[in-house]
Design a protein around this ligand. Structure first.
Ligand SMILES: CC(C)(COP(=O)(O)OP(=O)(O)OC[C@H]1O[C@@H](n2cnc3c(N)ncnc32)[C@H](O)[C@@H]1O)[C@@H](O)C(=O)NCCC(=O)NCCS
Ligand SMILES: Nc1ncnc2c1ncn2[C@@H]1O[C@H](COP(=O)(O)OP(=O)(O)OP(=O)(O)O)[C@@H](O)[C@H]1O
Length: 292
């Protein structure tokens, strides 16, 4: 292979971040058994989603995440120009998603969360620790985008009004507390406890579900459904997590409840993808000088 071809084969930072974002979405979709969500076993509580569609949607978003990271590199700082560029790229990405899925919402919340995090990771490429990247993403999310069409009829907007809870927008504006305080710590604790990677990821999803006001669940199952989701997730973790027999029993019970309510924790799933994205950022940091 010539040196030129070898050089061209090296992915750029923006390409590597887009790879990471798409991989996080694929890993989230494939993770099984997830209560109520699309996974390798089936469609969960959804009649318009399936695993192939989730994969196609995830891959279709690669150019969006790449463009967001490139915009961050070019503009170089958190500010109104970057916020407005990301808003336009996010809306274009959503249109791409809907074209691929023929109008089904597969990843609206994920474009929002992973888009902000991809841009933030590009800004923080020298020292990409999870907390710092989440804080930078939050600073971007707190800037308003005058071109964003406010949709008071979105499911999220409706249930936030009805139940007085905070949704996807606020989760980002507050620095992704569900990821930083629940998802990532649980992932590390379960790994350290020898749960195995898939069970550690399931535990991370459940940890996110214990606290989140997931507007997907609220929309389909109301406050009672949300409470049952949170309590059920706590019961799995209290029983020893997904690697334990007792935890698996609780997980099966939770899944039964979610399916009977037609409820699916789509917001928690997006935030698990955000958790997996941030978990994998460390290797992006340049090696400290003097290290071998
Ligand atoms: C902020 C968003 C998610 C809209 O939120 P809204 O609550 O009105 O919408 P909707 O119900 O359609 O979607 C919410 C999505 O978020 C996820 N979600 C639900 N609850 C939560 C939660 N508590 N926390 C995080 N995500 C959640 C769900 O998966 C759901 O798909 C987004 O679609 C948006 O408005 N984007 C504007 C375009 C933009 O600025 N893009 C920039 C990309 S960086
Ligand atoms: N594995 C998954 N399975 C199902 N949903 C997921 C998965 N991963 C992420 N999600 C998220 O869940 C959301 C889908 O939720 P939902 O079906 O409630 O959306 P909706 O189209 O707004 O509402 P509804 O189907 O109730 O009319 C998607 O936006 C997506 O971000």
């Amino acid at each position: 292979m010539s040196a030129l071809i070898a050089r061209q084969a090296q992915p750029t930072l923006a390409e590597r971040l887009a790879d990471l974002a798409v991989q996080a979405l694929i890993d989230e979709a494939d993770l099984s058994p997830k209560p109520g969500l699309v996974d390798r076993r089936g469609n969960g509580a959804h009649d318009d989603l399936h695993l192939g569609l989730m994969h196609a949607s995830a891959h279709a978003l690669w150019p969006t995440f790449k463009a967001m990271a490139e915009a961050a590199q070019q503009l170089g700082e958190v500010g109104q120009p970057l916020r407005e560029t990301l808003g336009q790229l996010g809306r274009d990405g959503e249109a791409d998603m809907l074209r691929v899925t023929h109008g089904v919402n597969t990843h609206r919340g994920a474009i929002w969360a992973l888009g902000l995090l991809s841009a933030a990771a590009a800004l923080e490429a020298d020292a990409p620790d999870a907390r710092g990247v989440a804080a930078t993403a939050a600073a971007l999310a707190r800037l308003s985008d005058p071109a964003a069409p406010h949709n008071p009829h979105s499911h999220g907007a409706q249930v936030c009004r009805t139940y007085g809870v905070l949704g996807a927008r606020e989760q980002a504006q507050h620095g992704f507390p569900a990821v930083i305080e629940q998802g990532l710590p649980q992932l590390l604790v379960s790994r350290r406890g020898g749960a195995g990677e898939q069970n550690a990821r399931l535990d991370a999803l459940l940890a996110i579900m214990t606290e989140l006001s997931d507007t997907c669940v609220l929309h389909r199952a109301g406050l009672d459904g949300l409470t049952r989701m949170q309590q059920g997730a706590r019961a799995v973790l209290a029983a020893g997590g997904c690697a334990s027999l007792a935890g698996r029993r609780q997980l099966r019970a939770l899944e039964g409840e979610m399916l009977s309510l037609r409820a699916s924790p789509g917001g928690a799933a997006d935030l698990l993808a955000a958790t997996l994205f941030l978990d994998r950022l460390a290797p992006f940091a340049p090696a400290p000088t003097g290290s071998n």
